[in-house]
Design a protein around this ligand. Sequence first.
Ligand SMILES: Cc1cc2nc3c(=O)[nH]c(=O)nc-3n(C[C@H](O)[C@H](O)[C@H](O)COP(=O)(O)OP(=O)(O)OC[C@H]3O[C@@H](n4cnc5c(N)ncnc54)[C@H](O)[C@@H]3O)c2cc1C
Length: 441
Amino acid sequence: MPEKREIKIDTKVVTMSSGDCTQKVNADICVVGAGIAGVSTALEATRLGREVVLIDSLPALGGQAVNSIIGIFCGLFSNGPKPYQFTHGIADDILKDLGEAGALHYRHGQHNVVMYDEIALSRWIESAINKAGVNVILGGVLSGVKTADRRVESIDIATRYGDVMVSANSFVDATGDAALAWQAGLPCREPAVGSIYGTQMVVIEGVDTDKIPDRNEVVDRLKEKAEDYGLVRQDGFAFAFPSRGVALVNMTHVETPLEPLAASQKALEGKAQADKAFNYLKNEYPEAFADANIRSYGLPGIRQTRWIVGSQQLTIDDVRNGTKFHDAIARTSWPIELHDREEGYVWEPYSDDHVHYVPLGSLTPPDVDNLLAVGRCIDGDLAALSSVRVMGPCIAMGTAAAHVLDLAGKGSVHDIDINKLQERLKDNLVNTKELKKATVK
Ligand SMILES: Cc1cc2nc3c(=O)[nH]c(=O)nc-3n(C[C@H](O)[C@H](O)[C@H](O)COP(=O)(O)OP(=O)(O)OC[C@H]3O[C@@H](n4cnc5c(N)ncnc54)[C@H](O)[C@@H]3O)c2cc1C
């Protein structure tokens, strides 16, 4: 029994101060959005000795990679049977540390990807950000941007604990929806018609992963039976993580509007769709899923909503032709994967030796000197963006952004020495002899 002791019962009465209670924060670099692109930027910038503040509207780090349970790193490796690694930086540390912890599962094939345990990735990010000394503001929603003389000077953040004003020498928009560029009054792009569909991901446990049928079999049967189960999407799959007895289900299509009430309504509809997909798996493939349960629902998975107008737009032809830009900063060979219709998506894969590049120009809004976008809100046409928004190139964009801002100092991101930048980024741009081959197993 705990020991009985004296209880202190003193309290004080407090009222909100009528003055300006806004907390002021200063940093060299302010990154808004703590998804994989923002985390990569923040960690690389601290390695370069910069003081960084990292903000996210969620009360957690990791963006969609963790909280929407994306679960698979795509675009990190080249295609075919002898893959090499396209992107290094924090990707090397994640692969090493999660690999040692048994929290990775490599899927080898024409497209080489690696599944990860989202809880392990979440703890890796939290610990790396903490160790690097990044100042973090969680649960902080961007509510205003002040600009003057082609520079973002400060941003306003609203949190449940009060308002914060962050001033910095430079800013990175890693929000996925170009929230910083949008609130700065800069031109942005959205799909001209319709919407790019998102997905409600779920993790199911108690799966007999050896008995999950072949992907083509699931897709063929889904086409026939989707309507019977009330499913709007007629493709998708349950990806097995064999050592954990779990599977990651990506079988729904949900609109992702940028209007608050509609966005909330769609989030609820996404969960209802996910339940129907689970029901389909259980009924159609009882040998694999009879004893399975839904372990967790991710937050709504959002693919492409609003993005910046950059100094240059990456196009579908650049992706198909592998245009090697003079200012290339990242590369991948991931297919065009455009979720532009409810029932399915466009999938345009490339050959074993194919590589396409991301130019720095697609990260830089032309009318601002100290702002870069990274991740899924850089400038591309709908199809090009649907390839380079996967996590491999998102990590590389973050690394590049940190170096661009380091080189720009108090000057302009438009005036940096591109040769110096590419020398720093060479591991992510070319395969030198010293480069380690991919550890795809
Ligand atoms: C369902 C689905 C499946 C996918 N599958 C794969 C896959 O298998 N492999 C792969 O590599 N990629 C996949 N992708 C793509 C990939 O997951 C994303 O494009 C990538 O994670 C984007 O990272 P990001 O850092 O750019 O953005 P996000 O992860 O979206 O991070 C943006 C962050 O900004 C914050 N934010 C937004 N607005 C504000 C604001 N106003 N104020 C403050 N913070 C804000 C958000 O809370 C969020 O945490 C998938 C995407 C989806 C939706």
